[in-house]
Design a binder for this molecule. Structure first.
Ligand SMILES: NC(=O)c1ccc[n+]([C@@H]2O[C@H](COP(=O)([O-])OP(=O)(O)OC[C@H]3O[C@@H](n4cnc5c(N)ncnc54)[C@H](O)[C@@H]3O)[C@@H](O)[C@H]2O)c1
Length: 515
């Protein structure tokens, strides 16, 4: 290859991904040769690219000249042999290892000795694909996301035998397109699909455990979680419905198995049942939500029933802890009298703020009356006017009338309040801590640099902040405390903190700190 600027790009496979990749490189000034084994498919893809960039020209986003030049640079070719002049060949065919290996061996016999061969595989081992080549050092993964022109991140995947020069070529090539390249080692799920495991997997675990329903989990993740003013745009179940459980569940199973039954990725029996039942999400019209004409049907939040009979508590007693004074302030702002005695009075509601442990463990440790106790999640802003949703949790012994009265109290300033059954780490503590834990483990295993992990996740998954920055925002020690607490109550190794997290928490370092 003479220069990256003048590189001719070959694309094999003109499906959803191949046509997007062809468009991206043609728009960035490269000559693109597009081939598909299905007769007519490459020409159909060319027409679809013309349509896509035609819309951009109509909206004035690109000039007519740019439209003409882009189309002139994109040439469908009928045979694989016509890819011979390509400096970089990007494969985007069917996700089948044997078929991809055959193609790579054939491509290697066609192209120049210094040409680079890359695969857009989302789940196969790049090292295994490269093993079909005589020169595996020129083979890498090049993982785009759908739709390619809009998803501005690309994973450059280094197989066990990929040369650094191959990686450098791909980084330079990607930068010319305006997309952000991130480097990941060849590991199951690479970077983004690996880092994305925490969100949906822990949400399914919560619902599988009977803590609450999917709609409440979604509301909490959208409205309680707050990183610098932003939360998640979609709840985990909304996201599962959008992607389709037939896609998400096998990815969860595959990553779990490929890491030899790593408990952090243990999939949910609930998801398997729903796949079997065809409740896949938007594509089948019904998933966790119903979908009409491609739109998710909203589930309105039920109004709380009125309280019958006398008020179940006269005052609120707030248990000692780091948030006590802020909670007392909130209770006073909501108009409830405080019980300021050392121990709760017989007619007081007992308010606790556990971190990582469940309400049952918290009241048992402090010898508090379970039937009058309610837990509140204080990991995210909960003060008067500062939050949209507060999250409460009862013990199995808590009086349901008292729990309802508490829920009403914490809505007195217009915020919403969700009431959960007992859970180690409510909803948000658990899900966010697991997301941080998974990304810390990616950093620990040197699959990617911490800065690349955060960049890739923000661009690829649309989270409000990269997961390592989320951990820093909450405090590494706090996240480690949540995980250790959950692990101690549940005895489930799923929640063990990654060494990356534990060491940075102990040393007071940022989770983005690399050594
Ligand atoms: N769709 C996504 O969201 C997505 C995202 C990232 C990566 N990927 C990966 O990209 C690849 C392509 O996915 P897609 O969604 O574009 O698939 P697709 O089914 O839309 O297109 C695949 C195309 O490859 C062609 N093809 C199959 N075998 C071929 C061969 N031997 N030689 C030449 N052409 C052949 C088919 O005719 C078809 O046009 C897969 O490896 C997939 O895992 C997909």
């Amino acid at each position: 290859m003479k220069t990256v600027e003048s590189a001719v790009i070959g694309v094999v496979g003109a499906g959803a991904m191949g046509r997007g990749i062809a468009q991206l490189f043609a728009q960035s000034g490269h000559r693109v040769l597009l081939h598909d084994a299905a007769p007519g498919a490459a020409i159909a893809a060319q027409a679809s690219v013309a349509d896509a960039i035609g819309k951009l020209a109509d909206k004035g986003k690109i000039t007519r000249e740019a439209f003409d030049d882009t189309l002139a640079r994109l040439r469908p070719v009928a045979s694989l042999a016509e890819l011979a002049p390509a400096d970089v060949v990007i494969e985007a065919i069917i996700e089948d290892l044997a078929v991809k290996k055959r193609l790579f061996a054939e491509l290697e016999s066609l192209v120049a000795p210094d040409a680079v061969l890359v695969s857009n595989t989302s789940s196969l081992s790049v090292t295994a694909i490269a093993s079909a080549c005589r020169h595996p050092e020129r083979v890498a993964g090049y993982h785009f996301f759908n739709p390619v022109p809009l998803m501005k991140v690309v994973e450059v995947i280094r197989g066990a035998r990929t040369a650094s020069a191959t990686v450098e070529t791909l980084l330079a090539l990607t930068r010319r397109t305006g997309h952000a390249p991130v480097i990941a080692q060849d590991a199951p799920g690479f970077l983004i699909n690996h880092a994305g495991r925490g969100y949906g997997t822990e949400a399914l675990k919560l619902v599988g455990e009977g803590v609450t329903d999917p709609y409440t989990v979604d509301r909490i993740m959208r409205e309680q979680v707050n990183f610098g003013g932003a939360g998640f745009k979609l709840g985990p179940f909304e996201l599962l419905d959008l992607t389709g459980l037939d896609v998400s569940h096998p990815v969860m199973e595959s990553i779990y198995r490929q890491f030899y039954d790593e408990p952090r990725f243990r999939p949910s029996a609930l998801a398997a049942q729903r796949v079997a039942g065809g409740l896949l999400g938007r594509k089948t019209g019904e998933g966790f939500y119903r979908h009409e004409a491609g739109q998710q049907v909203a589930i309105p939040e039920a109004d709380l029933p009125a309280l019958a009979g006398p008020a179940p508590f006269a005052r609120v007693w707030v248990a000692p802890g780091p948030q006590r004074s802020a909670l007392c302030e909130l209770v006073a702002a909501l108009g409830a009298p405080l019980d300021n005695h050392d121990a709760p009075g017989a007619d007081s509601l007992v308010l606790i703020a556990p971190l990582g442990i469940d309400a049952t463990a918290a009241v048992s440790e402090a010898h508090l009356p379970a039937e009058r106790s309610i837990a509140i999640d204080t990991l995210f802003p909960f003060g008067a006017k500062a939050c949209r949703r507060r999250v409460l949790m009862s013990t199995p012994a808590t009086d349901p009338v008292l729990a309802l009265a508490a829920q009403r109290l914490f809505m007195a300033d217009g915020a919403r309040a969700s009431l959960l059954r007992d859970s180690t780490g409510f909803v948000a503590q658990r899900i966010v801590a697991m997301m941080v834990a998974v990304s810390c483990e990616i950093a620990q295993q040197r699959i990617a640099d911490p800065a690349d992990i955060d960049l890739a996740v923000r661009l690829g998954l649309g989270y409000p902040m990269g997961p390592l920055s989320m951990g820093d925002a909450l405090g590494a020690a706090t996240v480690a405390q949540v995980l250790t607490g959950i692990q101690s109550v549940t005895a489930d190794p799923r929640y063990r903190p990654s060494l990356w997290l534990r060491r940075r928490a102990q040393l007071g370092l940022s989770l983005l700190h690399s050594d």
